[in-house]
Design a protein around this ligand. Structure first.
Ligand SMILES: [Zn+2]
Ligand SMILES: [Zn+2]
Length: 283
């Protein structure tokens, strides 16, 4: 299984490749822009070409782009929905321009409008994405969330309905499963038998071949707490043995992993990467 980390683009897009390479990553994830701002500045052809060339040399696969946190594809407010869809399409076209394999997005919040509203709203957004000819070179991956407040996308059954709904009009999307968010949303991992149950739940609700990426994070928050607090691998409430069982599950082994664990010091990424390398294929 390829493994990588979320790396910074400070100093230029291509710098993220150099950072991933220095850490010995096979894969990587980036924000292609400031993840907390609406303003969109296009990537130049020169920047995109440099990124692609460096990425080729480094042999990284897959490369994922994570969208801006502000994007809300099921916002009841028309202006926020329009702004979100506009930025989502811009980010997706940038991802295609730089040759990214995946774009990972959260699904946003329908406020108090409920699940059916959210499903229809997101599917209408994706229909527009497909009509614009986007999402073919770079595949859209839907990330499960921790289930806090009115946030949508913590239930894998809902994500499964969006994936199958989008397929009907020709947009092939997939799942990015975040372990911290899943655990916080009530998908057990820490008890014996939990991993087997989780893998069959993903298969039933999504289909394992549509599980394209795993965000590998331990959880500071307790099981089913709704808290989205990432922790170093093995140092949180999920625990090392759960990760060992997950990563050595035959159905999970081929799935690429991206760490989004805390980065307080320079030693944090190497520590988490080594921890994962030690447990996969271990005893
Ligand atoms: Zn995310
Ligand atoms: Zn994540």
């Amino acid at each position: 299984m390829p493994i990588g980390v979320h790396t910074s683009i400070a100093g230029g897009l291509y710098k993220s490749v150099e950072r991933a390479e220095a850490l010995g990553c096979d894969a990587m994830q980036i924000f292609s822009r400031n993840p907390r701002a609406w303003e969109f500045k296009p990537v130049t052809q020169a920047e995109a070409a440099l990124f692609k060339a460096r990425r080729e040399e480094a042999g990284l696969w897959p490369v994922a782009v994570h969208t801006t946190y502000l994007i809300n594809l099921c916002a009841p407010d028309e202006a926020i929905f329009d702004k979100s869809l506009f930025l989502f399409k811009k980010e997706l076209s940038t991802a295609e321009q730089i040759g990214a394999d995946y774009i990972v997005t959260h699904l946003g919040s329908p406020q108090d409008m409920g699940t059916e509203f959210a499903l229809l709203r997101i599917l209408s957004a994706f229909k527009d994405v497909e009509a614009a000819g986007l999402g073919k070179k770079t595949q859209v991956l839907l990330e499960n969330t921790s289930g806090a407040g009115y946030g949508f996308g913590s239930d894998l059954a809902d994500i499964g309905r969006i994936i199958s709904g989008a397929r009907k009009f020709g947009l092939d999307t997939g799942l990015c499963f975040d372990t911290c968010h899943g655990f916080a949303a009530g998908y057990g991992m820490a008890e014996p038998g939990d991993i087997e149950t989780l893998v069959s739940t993903i298969d039933k609700e999504i289909g394992l071949k549509r599980l394209r990426l795993i965000h590998l994070n331990d959880s500071k928050g307790a099981f089913n707490s709704g808290l989205d607090r990432h922790e170093h691998i093995g140092k949180g409430r999920i625990g090392l043995e759960a990760f060992r069982a997950l990563l050595n599950h035959p159905k999970i082994k081929p799935v690429p992993l991206i760490l989004e664990t805390p980065k307080k010091t320079e030693a944090d990424d190497p520590w988490n990467l080594n921890t994962v390398k030690d447990i996969r294929g271990g005893r």
